[in-house]
Write a protein that binds this ligand. Structure first.
Ligand code: F0G
Length: 464
């Protein structure tokens, strides 16, 4: 990575390590048995059997000394915890939204906003689906329709803003269904399922103009907003000298409300919130949160969790932090690219996404190439990754057939501040070892499928 002054001097993590957690190493025979027991699903492995855990960046980050110190200030009052007011202030000042409802994590906020805003038969356009977000939209009676730019579905396209909305596609939906059937447009910053790809501020502004004409609000999945802001800073014209904190504020100002899984960008192990500008929606959300989460001043979080989150929000938009965080992901991506491994271009903000369809071209999509690859990498080294392909895409609600997503990806997701560059080298070596024997790898067959979000609990066996 090039440093701030533009020279190629090495860079290092902007922290030193105060507490360590030993990692367990295992041999191939042990891992083979663990994988069988887990039904070839990395979600079902025991964490103690994993060496380097790149399943997700969700709730897996290392908290800072300041966050741990804040934990000790937890005010565990049932009502009116001081930490809630700190959190509310942190959200207002970093993101600019007016009203805050805490939730235990992101999907709880998605549940509440979907219930309030969506009615049977509604259409929710968005820049690519996310699993839990879409499910809550569907459970509320809506139908998600993807309006992301075509480049997002092409792993080789180097388009710098693959998270952008295709405004013609959106206009087409408005013409076809009418604005009354579109309760909001669902916009994620740093689009997870596209490979951690950003939306540009220019696109967001155009989107705002179009939706404002029809009175359609924008609800922002801001789970990885800081990473998106970093990409805007380094890629979008006019933002090189802008502060990440200002870019984040500008993004939020172009939307009407947000759901947040604070377990990602905001550097906590648990937590989330719903934030809106509309007072009526806030009142309804404040009412619903007591049904599903807890009182509106804790919403499923302990006081100490809210305290850590208030600090984490500030740290997440620190320039050194975000540069190193995205830099580490880029570093792993470059190691893999040097070895000729097909990865989604450009490298994303929270993980490196391997194109499993090209890695294992001899497998059909219903032999689960990405699931297979996750299993093989675990077998090789104990590194755990996550399927983001046909298993994650689930089934068509009407026909019951598999959804066949154009992207069949394996995600190597990097927790924040948890691993060093040396860990990244080990991961790259393992993926490379599997790549060299790829032709001998056979597919999987699904033998158990749960009803919702099947990727979490489905079981597989060898042979398709
Ligand atoms: N939105 C996005 C973009 C996400 O990535 C996630 C979670 C959620 C919402 C839901 O938040 O887990 O706190 O309920 N993504 C995790 C992942 C699970 O591994 O990508 P949650």
């Amino acid at each position: 990575m090039t440093n701030q002054s533009g020279s190629k001097r090495p860079w290092a993590e902007p922290f030193r390590i105060k507490v360590v957690e030993p990692l367990k190493t295992t041999n191939a025979a042990y891992r083979s048995q663990a994988l069988e027991e887990a039904g070839f699903n990395t979600f079902l492995l025991r964490s103690g059997d994993v060496y380097i855990d790149l399943l997700t960046d969700s709730g897996t980050s290392a908290m800072s000394d300041q966050q741990w110190a804040a934990m000790m200030t937890g005010d565990e009052a049932y009502a009116g915890s001081e930490n809630f007011y700190q959190l509310e202030e942190a959200i207002r000042s970093a993101y600019g939204y007016r009203y805050v409802v805490p939730t235990h994590q992101g999907r709880a906020a998605e549940h509440i906003i979907s219930r309030i805003m969506i009615k049977e038969g509604d259409i929710i356009p968005g820049n690519m689906y996310f699993t839990t977000t879409r499910l809550h939209q569907e459970l509320a009676g809506g139908q998600f329709i993807d309006v992301i730019v075509d480049e997002a579905h092409d792993p080789d396209s180097e388009f710098p803003f693959k998270g952008n909305v295709d405004l013609d596609k959106l206009q087409g939906l408005i013409d076809r269904y009418g604005a009354e059937r579109i309760p909001y447009v669902s916009i994620a910053t740093s689009v997870n399922m596209a490979g951690g790809q950003p939306i540009s501020l220019a696109n967001l502004r155009e989107l705002r103009e179009l939706t404002a004409k029809y009175g359609i609000p924008i609800i922002h999945d801001m789970t990885r907003v800081a990473e998106n802001a970093y990409f805007i800073k380094v890629r979008e014209e006019g933002y090189r000298d802008a502060a990440i904190s200002d870019i984040v504020l500008e993004i939020c100002s172009l939307t009407d409300g947000a759901t947040m899984s604070a377990k990602k960008d905001a550097l906590v192990n648990i937590g989330g919130f719903l934030a809106v500008n509309n007072e009526e929606i806030f009142e309804e959300a404040r009412n619903l949160v007591v049904v599903y989460e807890g009182l509106h001043t804790y919403g499923g979080m302990a006081g100490r969790d809210m305290a850590a989150l208030a600090v984490g929000i500030g740290e997440s938009i620190d320039e050194d932090h975000i540069r190193a965080r995205v830099g580490q992901v880029q570093y792993l991506g470059e190691q893999l690219m040097k070895a000729g491994i097909p990865v989604v271009q450009p490298i994303g903000g929270h993980g490196v996404f391997i194109d499993a369809a090209r890695f294992l071209p001899h497998l059909q999509q219903d032999e689960f190439p990405a699931q297979t690859l996750a299993a093989e990498i675990y077998l090789d080294s104990g590194v755990r990754a996550m399927e983001r392909g046909i298993v994650s895409a689930g089934r068509n609600k009407k026909t019951g057939a598999h959804n066949y997503p154009r992207l069949e990806l394996l995600r190597l997701t990097i927790p924040r501040r948890a691993y060093t560059q040396a860990h990244m080298d080990v991961v790259a070596a393992s993926v490379n070892a599997v790549f060299r024997k790829r032709e001998s790898i056979g597919g999987l067959r699904m033998i158990f499928e749960p009803r919702y979000l099947r990727f979490f609990q489905a079981r597989f066996e060898r042979g398709s």
